[in-house]
Design a protein around this ligand. Structure first.
Ligand SMILES: C[S@@+](CC[C@H](N)C(=O)[O-])C[C@H]1O[C@@H](n2cnc3c(N)ncnc32)[C@H](O)[C@@H]1O
Length: 324
């Protein structure tokens, strides 16, 4: 008898039910438990030299073939390993990366009780180049929005100054001042090409160290969320003082929804942010716009950026429309 393929209906658990909530938590916990175990049994270390047959991997890890297959499939689900066309298992992430990603969550109980987070400043020299590439579509929109010929852009906590680099590429007579930690600026200095003469690198603390006072645009891209509310206002006031009359302060950040509803990407990001920078946070647009107004900015508005971010802009001094 001929077999007929019967299309299977998607087994869906209705939204808003306890069963769906538990199912999601169960899936997430299962993924983490499997990744933790794979780490403990050294699976990713074994795969570091190159792809392996799953049977050979099981033997090398001291696992029975069946649980090894199950663990490998969970790692596949997470994207941590992939199958080669001939069915072998290839690592997509390295062991130190996975260990760091999983172990960092162990500090959450300490952090929520007011204890110190793990220090992160030492990560920025390696993290900021990755961030710059990862967020490129968003940086392009920011650069197009704020960039113009002959401008002076002050990029506070600029990292690799991805927006500054795009602005100078489009407007070779623009100038960029980047303020960041010296160890980050050393990496930036190595990456700047023939346009290095358009950049001034100011090593220091953006909260306290002197800033230029002639910026046409001050940019804070992915920076304000690191600071507590008082410091956010303090930094915005410093940004205003660093900007010429009629200039712009621009903040690129992921923002919470106004209605209190959950945005998946931003909410996932928020808990990681709390783990690393419990003093910082993310806010809805109305809260940030309130700080903009208190810092003396006018014509405050917001643009959506590719990905999960928003660009919030405000004008220093009299709005352009009031000037003759
Ligand atoms: C998330 S990164 C964003 C980098 C860059 N703006 C971008 O969009 O790719 C935050 C940057 O702020 C810098 N930073 C944090 N606190 C700072 C401070 N107090 N003074 C100067 N830079 C600071 C970090 O070193 C890091 O380069």
């Amino acid at each position: 008898m001929a077999e007929h393929a019967v299309p299977l209906a998607e087994p869906t658990i209705p939204e808003g039910t306890a069963m769906l909530a538990l199912q999601r938590l169960n899936d997430a916990a299962g993924l983490v438990a499997a990744a933790d175990l794979a780490l403990e049994r050294g699976l990713l270390g074994l795969l570091a030299p190159g792809p392996m047959d799953v049977g050979a991997l099981a033997v090398a890890a001291g696992l029975d073939p069946k649980p090894c297959e199950v663990l490998v499939r969970q790692l596949q689900l997470a994207g941590a390993v992939a199958r080669t066309p001939d069915g072998r298992v290839a690592a997509r992430v390295d062991e130190p990366g996975l260990r760091y990603t999983l172990r960092r969550w162990r500090t959450l109980p300490r952090v929520v009780d007011g204890g110190p987070p793990e220090p992160t400043a030492h990560l920025y020299p390696t993290l900021t180049p990755v961030l710059a590439d990862w967020m490129l579509p968003s940086h392009r929109v920011v650069a197009r929005t704020v960039g113009r010929a002959g401008m002076h852009l002050l990029d506070l906590g600029g990292g690799m100054s991805p927006v500054g680099q795009l602005v100078v590429e489009a407007h070779p007579d623009a100038r960029v001042t980047v303020v960041d930690r010296p160890e980050v600026l050393r990496v930036l200095a190595d990456r700047l090409d023939s346009r290095a003469d358009r950049f001034s690198l100011l090593a220091g603390d953006l909260l306290v160290d002197p800033l230029p006072a002639d910026a046409d645009v001050v940019l804070l891209s992915g920076v304000l969320h690191l600071f507590d509310d008082d410091d956010v206002l303090r930094i915005l006031r410093r940004a205003v003082r660093a900007t010429v009359d009629g200039g712009t302060v621009a903040v690129a950040e992921p923002l919470l929804r106004e209605d209190g509803e959950i945005d998946e990407t931003i909410t996932a990001y928020e808990i990681g942010l709390h783990l690393r920078h419990p003093q910082g946070g993310i806010w809805p647009y109305s809260r940030l716009a309130g700080w903009f107004a208190r810092a003396g900015l006018s014509d405050i508005h917001r643009l959506a950026l590719p990905g999960a971010g928003s660009l919030v802009l405000g004008t220093v001094g009299r709005p352009a429309t009031d000037r003759t």
